[in-house]
Design a protein around this ligand. Structure first.
Ligand SMILES: Cc1cc2nc3c(=O)[nH]c(=O)nc-3n(C[C@H](O)[C@H](O)[C@H](O)COP(=O)(O)OP(=O)(O)OC[C@H]3O[C@@H](n4cnc5c(N)ncnc54)[C@H](O)[C@@H]3O)c2cc1C
Length: 235
């Protein structure tokens, strides 16, 4: 696969541990909503990141989490910051993954995100909206603390103006200040749907979440061939 040079347009803190990165490709890029890119730090050191934007947008948007002690994503962020400061390009490979949005499906959609897995489901939700597909979309976003819901206001606004779009944030370690859903995000889905038989389910987040969600959803009627996650290739 050919690498494409990109300028790092901006790096913005979404939370103390998640950064939004905008990249401007030097040539047209081809990908489907829900695919990921690889940041090529060297010819052999490549790190995958979900693309939060959709193909219709000019810039590529990434959401990169760098929790304490995570050298995997920290070194990717270090590379991006360094190149940004030097106004030098980064190299990416784009259009990777097998869990992209299934454009020809007319089934309703459940989007399940754990933490920065939100990037992946955000792209798919935007693509469905951009295609004017009039079908129910349920976006579940699980985070450890409510401060990690960095796009909450935008999603609530979206849900307020689109009767087919539901946004369900789920906070794992809730305080008294949180009045919404609590616990693990896949458990909220299990509570809300008697059967998952009818749904296409897209998921991204910690690999452990994808693993337990796939098994639990299958037990509740979900079809494995209608569940999509690039994490499945790693577990
Ligand atoms: C193809 C690919 C693309 C990737 N793209 C990105 C990217 O764009 N950005 C990025 O930062 N990283 C990315 N990664 C790395 C990895 O997916 C992230 O590190 C992961 O999503 C980080 O989650 P988090 O720490 O934000 O979630 P956490 O804060 O750990 O968890 C969030 C929620 O997930 C659920 N959860 C967590 N653990 C469990 C469990 N054991 N059982 C059940 N539920 C659980 C809970 O509801 C929890 O509140 C990617 C990896 C691959 C392979």
């Amino acid at each position: 696969m050919n690498a494409i040079a990109c300028q790092v347009v901006s790096i913005e803190a979404l939370t103390p541990v998640v950064s939004k990165v905008l990249l401007a490709p030097s040539a047209p890029v081809h990908f489907s909503a829900g695919q990921y890119l690889q940041l090529c730090i060297t010819a052999t050191d490549k790190r995958p990141f979900s693309i939060a934007s959709i193909p219709e947008q000019t810039l590529l948007e990434l959401h990169i989490g760098t929790p304490e002690g995570d050298s995997w994503s920290s070194s990717a962020m270090h590379h991006l910051r360094q190149q940004h400061a030097l106004a030098a390009p980064v190299q990416i490979e784009v259009g990777l993954g097998q869990a992209q949005w299934q454009t020809d499906s007319d089934r309703p959609v459940i989007l399940l995100a754990g933490g920065t897995g939100f990037s992946y489901v955000y792209s798919i939700a935007m693509a469905i909206a951009a295609a004017n597909q009039d079908k129910p979309v349920f976006l579940y976003w699980g985070v450890r603390t409510k401060e990690a819901l960095y796009y909450q206001a935008e999603l609530e606004q979206w849900a307020a103006t689109n009767s087919k779009f539901r946004f369900i944030p789920v906070v794992q370690q809730a305080t008294a200040a949180w009045s919404g859903r609590t616990g693990l995000v896949h458990e909220a889905v299990l509570e809300d749907f008697v059967s998952l038989d009818a749904y296409d389910i897209y998921m991204a987040g910690p690999f452990a979440m994808a693993g337990v969600a796939r098994e639990a959803f299958a037990e509740q009627g979900g079809h494995r061939e209608q569940m999509f996650a690039d994490a499945f290739a790693y577990i």
